[in-house]
Design a binder for this molecule. Structure first.
Ligand code: NAD
Ligand code: DAU
Length: 354
């Protein structure tokens, strides 16, 4: 076993940011296993695709022969598991893929990891880690005065997406408890930043506003999310991987609760400022309240004190600087935007918002 890590779902939003950061900072080998669903985009990794430290394997985490072969060949010292179906609205329209990848896929990965880990020499077995990346949504929905989610909050998932993530978290927990597999679980709040697929709130609003399309705010726009810049999330995951205690879970969040309407208005103001001669100014005129998401969780907020205390991690980016960088990134990366908003994407937008 050398110092290679295996990342699953590394062509998606957070996974690709994680790999770019890992190669820039750690300079050790990364193998990316990704199925390349609609959400996976090799272009996200253009900066490292010729770097000898990076290698890509297209494949499904449910394909046990493929996973077994990859583990035998590359002998990683850690697995960082991002691969998932991740969009709540898609899970409401069609939950099957969520159960398949998030539940069965995580189970397959755990089984193959257990077989691989069991036969490692003592020292390598001791050093090995399986880090499972999960979400705050497994804890359900908070009222306005409820305490933030801690690692001890009871699970109460409300959407097929969050239920599938909760199921995968439970499997990971059981593999530690039963087999002593050295697992770590991270539960993070809403991420934003470069390379996020524009089905999610922030990139959707930036791109719609830029092209004069309606900005569809669900319900009354007062649902609250706790936003974290993606690079801060990736840094926290690295911290957990190196210093986290096996069997533990770590909450990661931005201490940055905001109602959706405020996020959309902020994006509009930044665009007004950057594109001041545009006839679309003021962009907030594009805001349109639409039918609410079924079962829409009202508020998420993370208590990240354990992660901060044990790992010495804190978010570096403020929301003000992070959102500005993000808007700028989407305006400057037209080729990426054109590519991801072609084909299937148009079909999703047309069906979902009709
Ligand atoms: P994403 O949808 O952008 O990317 C998911 C990636 O997984 C894609 O590259 C896709 O091709 C790949 N994938 C999907 N099914 C696969 C399969 N069966 N086998 C192999 N690869 C497969 O997701 P994201 O937003 O980057 O989220 C990554 C992880 O972080 C997910 O586990 C998600 O639950 C979790 N998470 C996301 C957020 C957020 O705000 N985006 C917050 C907390 C936790
Ligand atoms: O909290 C972590 C989770 O954050 C992750 O686990 C998920 O993978 C990720 O997709 C995200 O889930 P959300 O449902 O919170 O993110 P989304 O960007 O879809 O929506 C954010 C909020 O904005 C939510 O309250 C719904 C609302 N919304 C979303 C869209 C797409 C709108 O009002 N209009 C929209 O068009």
């Amino acid at each position: 076993m050398d110092n290679t890590i295996l990342v699953t779902g590394g062509a998606g939003f957070i996974g690709s940011n994680f790999i770019l950061q890992w190669i820039a900072e750690k300079r050790t080998p990364v193998v990316n296993l990704d199925k390349l669903t609609y959400a996976g985009n090799p272009r996200n990794l253009e900066r490292v695709c010729l770097n000898p430290l990076y290698s890509f394997q297209q494949g499904d985490i449910c394909d046990r022969d493929l996973v077994r072969g990859l583990l035998e060949r590359r002998r990683p010292q850690a697995i960082v598991h991002f691969a998932a179906e991740s969009h709540v609205d898609r899970s409401i329209r069609g939950p099957d893929d969520f159960i398949r990848t998030n539940v069965n896929g995580t189970f397959s990965l755990l089984e193959e990891t257990r077989a691989y880990w069991t036969q490692l020499p003592d020292q390598d077995r001791e050093r090995f880690r399986f880090l499972h990346v999960s979400t705050d949504e497994v804890y359900g929905s908070l009222g306005p005065d409820d305490a933030r989610f801690s690692e001890n909050t009871a699970y109460a998932p409300n959407s097929p997406y969050s239920a599938s993530k909760a199921a995968s978290d439970h499997l990971v927990r059981a593999y530690h408890h039963t087999y002593r597999l050295p697992t770590l679980t991270t539960n993070c709040s809403n991420n934003y930043g470069p390379y996020q697929f524009p089905e999610k709130l922030i990139p959707l609003m930036i791109l719609n506003a830029r092209s004069g399309k309606p900005l569809p705010v669900y319900g009354d726009g007062l649902n609250v999310r706790d936003w974290l810049y993606v690079e801060d999330h990736c840094e926290a995951v690295r911290g957990v991987l190196h210093r986290g205690r096996p069997g533990e879970t770590y909450n990661i969040g931005g201490w940055n609760e905001k109602p959706n309407i405020e996020i959309v208005e902020t994006i509009c103001s930044i665009l007004d400022e950057i594109c001041k001669d545009d006839p679309l100014v003021p962009h907030r005129n594009l805001i349109t309240f639409v039918k609410d998401r079924p079962g829409h969780d009202r508020r998420y907020a993370m208590d990240a004190r354990k992660t901060e205390r044990e790992l010495g991690w804190k978010p570096r980016e403020t929301f003000e600087s992070g959102i500005r960088k993000t808007v700028q990134w989407y305006l400057e990366n037209d080729a990426w935007v054109k590519e991801v908003t072609a084909g299937n994407y148009r079909h999703w937008i047309a069906t979902h918002y009709s």
